[in-house]
Design a protein around this ligand. Structure first.
Ligand SMILES: Cc1ncc(COP(=O)(O)O)c(C=O)c1O
Length: 396
């Protein structure tokens, strides 16, 4: 089938890159040891502090998010250290594997892939650890495979109540710059992020916000590190340079993306994401399909993961939608493969893109013969433009 018009990339990252950002990157490569780069690097790192909501150190790597997971651990932990990691879904599972390969002992708190990290469970585990053998608590803030957002502020409160000195390491890869995230206020020690989701950039940059406590832990942590070494990175950053070649043109793009976020205002960015997520859920509920996330307090603003009815292959549905409407939806990952699809509604996104996305899904459900009720798109439109708004406007 020949496709015309633009492809709909509605996976939960890599997300759509705005034309402004693409244009900003389409520039001659600069000398990364020159003064132009120094100014650029200092500016974007300051901008990232605003996005992380921190006044502390921020580092940036030419890497995907997985690299930043590794960087967080090798810089703060030693082989044999114990950590608590909540099983929230596919990404917590992958993070666990990276930890295990580094000789870290992971207390993997079992989860049903439908809910987030439990603050009560954590508190009980930390209270039982009177010898403070647990060195860090690891949480995926927004589990991209399930559309569940853990309440990091509650996790921190549980750690405070238990008076436990463990570090708090948080993966904000699919939440930063889309869902309210407060590195300093929530007392997070290392926040891990990457470029290809809320930051509206292509993949290839990762970031960390680092607390003073994590910097102290870095001095005694014994895991080998070279490429990821904070010490070398922070020393270079002070002078506006990098310990190795930075991803220069992605950083041009980052400067533009940070400008866009500032123009919109972070709180408006968070509100926009929450509103689109609510409308997406209205559609799914109207179709009579099941949202994976169970608690409304944990609904994700960036991704909605949906179960297809038993016996109906979610990958076939996605293939039909791709074939007929040129739209990519997120696949169900690992144990959700073939059972779920994921709607990405993050980054460079608006009402009409959401309406188009949901229309593609509703038509796909029909073509795939998946049992559902009509009216999902209408339910979403009602959410985006409630009829009473029109009535109010008329009476004015
Ligand atoms: C929550 C989360 N953590 C980690 C990763 C892994 O990041 P990457 O694929 O960029 O290495 C992803 C990727 O989508 C993710 O969504």
């Amino acid at each position: 089938m020949i496709h015309t018009g633009r492809h709909f990339l509605q996976i939960p990252g890599p997300s759509n890159v705005p034309d402004r950002v693409l244009r900003a990157m389409a520039r001659p490569v600069m000398d990364h040891r020159g003064s132009e780069f120094t100014t650029l690097a200092r500016g974007v790192l300051q901008g990232m502090r605003t996005v992380f909501q921190t006044r502390g150190a921020v580092v940036m790597y030419p890497s995907s998010g997985t690299g930043a997971w590794e960087a967080a651990m090798v810089n703060t932990l030693s082989a044999g250290d114990r950590v608590v990691l909540f099983e929230t879904g596919h990404f917590s599972q992958l993070w666990r594997e990276v930890a295990v390969r580094h000789g870290i002992q992971v207390d993997y708190v079992p989860g049903n892939w439908r809910s987030g990290a439990s603050a009560a469970e954590l508190e009980a585990r930390l209270l039982a650890d009177s010898q403070h053998a647990i060195k860090a608590v690891l949480v995926v803030h927004n589990e991209t495979s399930t559309g569940v957002t853990s309440r990091v502020a509650d996790v921190r409160l549980a750690m405070n109540r238990a008076e436990h000195p463990a570090l708090l390491l948080v993966d904000a890869i699919s939440s930063l710059a889309a869902i309210d995230y407060r590195h300093d206020e929530w007392g997070v020690d290392v926040t891990i992020a990457s470029s290809q989701k809320g930051l509206m950039l292509p993949p290839g940059l990762s970031f960390q916000a680092i607390s003073e406590k994590a910097l102290r832990a870095n001095k005694t942590a014994r895991l080998p590190r070279a490429y990821w070494d904070w010490h070398a990175m922070l020393k270079s950053i002070e002078t506006g340079s990098f310990p190795y070649t930075p991803a220069t043109n992605l950083i041009y793009g980052l400067r533009e993306a940070l400008c866009m976020l500032e123009e919109e205002g972070l709180s408006n960015v968070f509100r926009r994401h929450a509103r689109h997520a609510e409308a997406a859920r209205a559609a799914v509920n109207a179709w009579g399909l099941e949202i994976i996330c169970q608690a409304s307090s944990e609904y994700s603003s960036t991704v909605t993961a949906v179960l297809t009815p038993q016996g109906h292959d979610a990958d076939r549905l996605r293939a039909i939608i791709l074939e007929h409407f040129d739209m990519s939806l997120g696949a169900g990952l690992s144990k959700l493969a073939g059972k779920a699809f994921r709607i990405g509604h993050l980054g460079h996104f608006n009402d009409l893109m959401l309406a188009g996305t949901l229309s593609g899904i509703e038509m796909g459900l029909r073509l795939a013969g998946i049992p559902h009720k009509d009216g999902g798109v209408l339910a979403a439109l009602d959410c985006l433009a409630p009829a009473e708004c029109g009535a109010k406007a008329e009476s004015r």
